[in-house]
Design a protein around this ligand. Structure first.
Ligand code: GLN
Length: 441
């Protein structure tokens, strides 16, 4: 499906989805940045929290961050079976506005109700807004992948700014003002989406199942469609490996930065949490150049399948962990037992280069590969496996507490390089399952 009206070479609808998702991620990452802090802050004082202990708070945090992505599966099904993507995004957006705004109220009931609304809202919005980006382009349109990079940069503008703004307001004035600001961000996103409906007339509409005129039954998937679904399922293995390693950022790498990294820069000690914004900033800076690189690479006639990019991305990200092994070595010889901040910069930089070869590529890949009737479901399944990756990351972080960081960094490095190489070795075979759908752009 192609939209008529374009701006800077892309359908105008892309920019509507860009800003909708930017604000949705603003509210998501803003709220997430203060969630755990709010939970563990004492119930007394100027800005009281819920006074939970750390173990329970981390437990809830783990469940919450997993559930938002798990709910992407029913969110995808709802779109495929009944509502279509466009209406499901609208519904998810409303639930998110309610959820975030409820958190602005200072009661425990409001807190739980808010979380439930957000989990349901992300489940409805996140997979379907991503599928809609793909729906703006014809199956073989070379601009699809660039579009996903643009979209991904929007995600990261939200992810970069929100923890700083919401975090500042929440921590210094009131947690509920912070949650409220996240809510205002979501309302802005919803308004953009409502206003932009005129640019989205051709995309995200409900597609009924094809019915065989003679037997009056649903037409089953063809062999080619089945092969492509199998390919998607196989690609999800690397997705788990990638996110399982990458999501160490918020846990193990965060604690490592706090305890073992000398964070003094120009005479000022940077809080460890500030480093959490670094990956999003790197995405904003390097997203364009990486997309340009792949465009040139493809034009030169070289192998540029999604599988190759995902394999390479996982290896590059793995090398980020090798950089951390360097940091661990320095802590053993330095006077204060700490390593330089530049190791963290290097590691995050490689993580992001890897992320840009995997994450927007995977989104684009799903919209190319899944049969039209199953796009949203497969997108939901993708986010589900990223949720599993998140859980795996938490598990690896826990192991590191007994095995030691250096061993874990080395192990994750080897793990990523191994899986990345296996994928690259099998690219030719896997590509056959795509039946040409992954070589056109
Ligand atoms: N950071 C990206 C986002 O928020 C990817 C998250 C994911 O795929 N689980 O959209």
């Amino acid at each position: 499906m192609q939209q008529e009206q374009t701006l800077w070479g892309h359908p105008k609808g892309l920019y509507i989805l860009f800003f909708t998702e930017l604000w949705e991620r603003f509210s998501f990452y803003g709220m997430r940045a203060i969630l755990i802090l709010y939970l563990v802050t004492k119930t007394t004082g100027d800005n009281p929290g819920l006074g939970w202990d750390k173990i329970n708070a981390l437990e809830l945090y783990g469940w919450y961050t997993m559930m938002v992505y798990v709910m992407a599966v029913p969110g995808g099904l709802l779109a495929d079976r009944w509502l279509g993507q466009k209406k499901t995004v609208m519904l998810g957006g409303f639930l998110l506005c309610i959820g975030h705004l409820i958190l602005a109220f200072d009661t425990v009931t409001a807190f739980y109700a808010g979380l439930i609304f957000i989990v349901l809202g992300v489940g409805g919005l996140k997979p379907n807004v991503s599928s809609m980006v793909g729906g703006l382009y014809k199956k073989n349109d070379g601009k699809r992948e660039t579009a996903f990079t643009i979209f991904y940069i929007g995600i990261n503008i939200g992810a970069f700014t929100a923890p700083i703004l919401v975090g500042y307001l929440g921590e210094t004035i009131s947690w509920h003002y912070g949650f409220g600001l996240a809510g205002i961000g979501m309302v802005l996103g919803q308004l953009v989406y409502i206003w932009g409906q005129k640019y989205l007339t051709e995309v995200g509409n409900f597609i009924p199942h094809k019915i065989d005129a003679q037997t009056n039954k649903k037409i089953p998937l063809s062999t080619i469609e089945k092969d492509r679904m199998i390919l998607l399922a196989l690609s999800f293995i690397i997705v788990i490996v990638f996110w399982g390693a990458y999501e160490q950022a918020g846990g193990l790498m965060n604690i490592y930065a706090k305890e073992k990294i000398n964070r003094v820069l120009f005479g000022y000690e940077i809080p460890a949490s500030f480093l959490q914004s670094l990956p999003a900033l790197f995405v904003i800076i390097t997203g364009g150049p990486i997309a340009y690189f792949w465009m040139k690479w493809k034009k030169s006639g070289r192998e540029s399948s999604s599988m190759l990019k995902m394999g390479l991305g996982t290896i590059i990200m793995g090398f980020g962990f090798l950089v951390l092994v360097g940091a661990a070595n320095q802590t053993m010889v330095s006077m204060d037992g700490k390593a330089s901040l530049y190791w963290m910069f290097g590691a995050y930089f490689l993580h992001v280069i890897g992320e840009l070869c995997v994450s927007p590529v995977a989104l684009s890949f799903i919209t190319k590969m899944a049969p039209l009737k199953y796009v949203s479901f497969m997108m939901g399944a993708y986010f589900f496996v990223t949720g599993i990756g998140n859980k795996l990351a938490g598990f690896i972080g826990k192991i590191a507490q007994t095995a030691g960081e250096k061993t874990i960094f080395m192990g994750v490095f080897i793990f990523c390089v191994f899986f990345g190489l296996v994928l690259i070795l099998f690219v030719k075979k896997l590509k056959k399952l795509a039946h040409g759908a992954d070589v056109v752009d």
